[in-house]
Structures are given as structure tokens and as C-alpha cells.
Write a protein that binds this ligand. Structure first.
Ligand SMILES: Nc1nc2c(c(=O)[nH]1)N[C@H]1C(S)=C(S)[C@@H](COP(=O)(O)OP(=O)(O)OC[C@H]3O[C@@H](n4cnc5c(N)ncnc54)[C@H](O)[C@@H]3O)O[C@H]1N2
Ligand code: MOO
Length: 394
């Protein structure tokens, strides 16, 4: 049995990203940029007005100026401005040759073809050419996650086919002869399959879809047939332990996988199996729902983050316990489902009650995991892995 830290190291050293693809802007949201991007031109491309008003020749204010025409946005000002002259200008329009300052229309008096400026701002209301970026300036770093702001930057530099990391193709197999679909009434000895929906939701929260999810009985031949394929990540739910009907490790060996670990000093989630075959990654996840939840957050998520190039989230906050279930000391490195809340601007953590790792209901409202290492104090201030923003500060 290895420690969780060793298990995470093995995942880091055996999992790489799933490769690079080129996509259109409309499909780039949520992607991880696979290249550094630089400005293709000066931004702004020329001096531009930041206000609706008048651009004057030179910068001699106050004074009265002869209005010789106008420059709407989208036009190129052919007329150079001389001293004593002004042009009507609009926000975003190009400053003509000779233009030294824009005065807001609220600060002028217009009389026929003359405009008189008495009060004026220190601000010249001109966005200067190249003041935001010059050709070759880095505007987005490799590894940036593309949200709305980043898509705007791509649009700005005309990068309409960005290279992003390919999202991994994920196959999930829920094994267990006792499993029935959630819309079925379980017969004697049967239970509804909850892990398929649990994992689908956990993966969605990372922006990765499980493209193929099936249920299969504890039959090694059937499991192997469904497991074979050209996916990037295979998740086998159940069959991780040592019972006569636990076929996870056997399936992976039969398919030519190398098993890197099959037991972690972890509670819950001890019989977690991690294996690879070339670039393909597989986990057999201990069947209990809380074991699924914990193994996902402490180990599987790291592999997904690596495959998809996502930033790694493994930051523990020291939080004071407030109420909830007393934490029971355990020889294993334990993770307790918990809820973090905010009171008077301070974060607190409340461990939830979970009798066994089979108790799906105890996952309700969980937004954190409390880590209690073997021999560490299980009260007072505890190490807390925040999984989601507490509602009051979200
Ligand atoms: N002799 C030993 N027995 C067990 C050990 C051990 O070290 N020695 N480890 C225990 C621990 S810890 C865990 S965790 C479990 C893991 O068992 P498996 O991965 O083999 O899982 P199963 O036996 O298939 O299922 C366990 C439990 O979870 C239920 N289950 C399975 N799949 C689903 C699903 N899709 N949705 C809802 N519930 C599911 C299943 O019915 C079982 O109740 O092994 C211990 N045993
Ligand atoms: O490791 Mo198991 O997940 O405790 O029940």
C-alpha cells in the first residue's frame, strides 16, 4: 500500500496531455491554450478618440475653433487639421493628422461652424497607437484557460483558429451484477446505479464529458470487451477489491495495461487501481459512492487535469471546525465529506456524518473534504480541501 502523495506522484509521472487540436472561436470556450499568442499589430492600430466631441488642431485650449467637418467611427480622416481648426469626432474614430486633443461635447459651445472651448479636462481623450500592445507583445500565455475575456482577446488579434489541448475521451463502465438503471425498481439484492451519474456530474464540473457510460454484470469477458477501445481515460466502477467477483485488475492486465498501484493508504478509497497502456490511462474505482467521490477529488481529478492541461487544484485551507460529526481518528489518511460556510467573513468547516462509504445521502451539500492524516489531531483547526465556493461568497 502506498501513500496518497506517492500515488499522486505516480499519476503525474505517467499521465501527459491528450494532444493539441485546432478549433474555431465558437468551440474554443473552456479550452486550454496550447500556444503562446502575440499581438499581430499595434493596438490601438492608430490614435483614436475616447469621447464624442471635437478634435482640435494642436493643443491650444481654451479658444474658439472653426469646425471643418466630421469623422465618424469607421472612416479614415483624410483632412489634416490646422491650428484654429476642429473636426466633429465620435468615440473610437481615428484622430486626424495634426489633431492634438479631443474635447467632450459637454464642455463646448457650438455656434454655427464654430466651437468654443472654455473648460477642458487634463485628459486628452486619445487612446494612443500601440499603447495597449505592439507587434510581438505576448497577449495570452500558453496554458491559459479560455473564458469570455480570452475569447475577446483572440478575436481582437484575429486568431480565429486557436490551438487548444484536446479534451480527453472518457469511457465509464459501472460493473456489478446487482446494478439496475435509476429508473428501475430494484429487485431483491439489486440496487440502483448511482456512480454513473455521480461521475458524469463530477467530470462535467471539470468541463470534461464522459462520452460513453455503460453498466455491465460482474463478467470478466463482458467487462474486457467493453473496456477495449481507443479512449484516453477508462473508469471502471466497482471490482477494485479482492473479492471473487472483483475483476478490475484482471481486466486491465488482460488488456495489456501496466498497473502502477492497486492500494492507497486512503479512507475511503483504499483499493483504488491506476494503470496505463501507452498514452491510455485507467482507474478502477472502489464501488462505494463516497469512495468514488473521494478518489475522484484526491487522485482521478489529477489525471484529468493532466490529460486536459487544466490547472491543478490541491490547496488545503486550515479551517476551524464548527459543529457537525466528531472526526474519528483512523490509521488511514482520511478524507471526510464536509461543508464549508461563511460567518462574519470567516470560513468554517462542518464535517458531515457518514456511517459507511456506501451512504450516498451524506454527499448532499458537500463542498469540501477534511483531511485527517494518521495520528494528526481530528479537532480544532483541520486541513480542508475546498471543492466549490461556499454559497455566501460565490
Ligand atoms: N477482504 C476485503 N474486502 C474488502 C476490502 C479489503 O481490503 N479486503 N476493501 C473494502 C473497501 S475499503 C472497499 S472501498 C470495497 C471496494 O470494493 P469494490 O471496488 O470491489 O466494489 P464492489 O464490491 O463492486 O462494490 C462495493 C459497494 O459499492 C456498491 N456499488 C458498486 N457499484 C455501484 C454503483 N455503480 N452505484 C451504486 N453502488 C455501487 C456495491 O453494491 C457494494 O455495496 O471493498 C471492501 N472490501
Ligand atoms: O476504502 Mo473503502 O472506500 O473505506 O470503503
Amino acid at each position: 500500500m502506498i501513500s496518497l502523495e506517492e500515488a499522486r506522484q505516480k499519476i503525474l509521472s505517467h499521465v501527459g496531455n491528450a494532444g493539441v487540436i485546432e478549433v474555431g472561436l465558437a468551440d474554443a470556450w473552456g479550452g486550454i491554450l496550447a500556444e503562446q499568442l502575440v499581438a499581430d499589430a499595434y493596438y490601438p492600430t492608430a490614435d483614436r478618440s475616447t469621447m464624442d466631441g471635437y478634435v482640435i488642431g494642436g493643443d491650444e485650449v481654451p479658444g474658439t475653433f472653426h469646425v471643418i467637418g466630421e469623422i465618424p467611427a469607421g472612416t479614415f480622416p483624410e483632412i489634416p487639421l490646422g491650428k484654429g481648426e476642429a473636426l466633429r469626432i465620435f468615440t473610437g474614430a481615428l484622430i486626424p493628422q495634426g489633431g492634438g486633443r479631443v474635447v467632450m461635447q459637454e464642455d463646448v459651445t457650438r455656434d454655427g461652424d464654430h466651437v468654443s472651448i472654455k473648460a477642458f479636462s487634463e485628459n486628452r481623450f486619445i487612446r494612443e497607437k500601440g499603447s495597449e500592445a505592439a507587434p510581438g507583445d505576448v497577449v495570452l500565455e500558453k496554458g491559459t484557460k479560455l473564458g469570455g475575456a480570452e475569447l475577446a482577446i483572440l478575436a481582437q488579434i484575429g486568431e480565429v483558429r486557436p490551438k487548444i489541448l484536446r479534451k480527453p475521451v472518457v469511457r465509464h463502465i459501472a460493473t456489478g451484477s446487482e446494478l439496475v438503471a435509476p429508473d428501475q425498481i430494484p429487485g431483491r439484492g439489486e440496487i440502483r446505479d448511482t456512480n454513473s451519474n455521480l461521475l458524469a456530474g463530477l467530470f462535467k464540473s471539470l468541463g470534461v464529458e464522459i462520452s460513453d457510460s455503460r453498466r455491465v454484470a460482474d463478467d470478466p469477458q463482458a467487462i474486457s470487451e467493453i473496456a477495449e477501445g481507443d479512449w484516453d481515460l477508462l473508469l471502471i466502477s466497482g471490482g477494485a477489491s479482492v473479492g471473487d467477483y472483483d475483476f478490475g485488475a484482471e481486466t486491465l492486465k488482460r488488456l495489456g495495461f501496466t498497473i502502477h498501484f492497486d492500494k492507497v493508504n486512503l479512507r475511503p478509497g483504499k483499493p483504488l487501481i491506476f494503470a496505463t497502456r501507452g498514452n491510455q490511462v485507467a482507474f478502477v474505482i472502489p464501488g462505494n459512492p463516497i469512495s468514488h467521490f473521494v478518489s475522484f477529488h484526491v487522485a482521478i481529478r489529477l489525471a484529468v487535469e493532466r490529460l486536459a492541461g487544466l490547472p491543478c487544484h490541491w490547496n488545503f485551507l486550515p479551517l476551524e471546525i464548527r459543529g457537525g460529526e466528531p472526526l474519528r481518528p483512523d490509521p488511514r489518511d482520511s478524507f471526510w465529506v464536509a461543508r464549508v460556510s461563511v460567518e462574519d467573513g470567516k470560513l468554517f468547516v462542518t464535517p458531515k456524518s457518514w456511517s459507511t462509504s456506501g451512504n450516498t445521502f451524506s454527499l448532499a451539500g458537500t463542498n469540501a473534504l477534511v483531511r485527517v492524516k494518521s495520528g494528526a489531531p481530528a479537532d480544532g483547526v483541520v486541513e480542508t480541501l475546498l471543492l466549490d465556493l461556499p454559497e455566501s461568497i460565490a
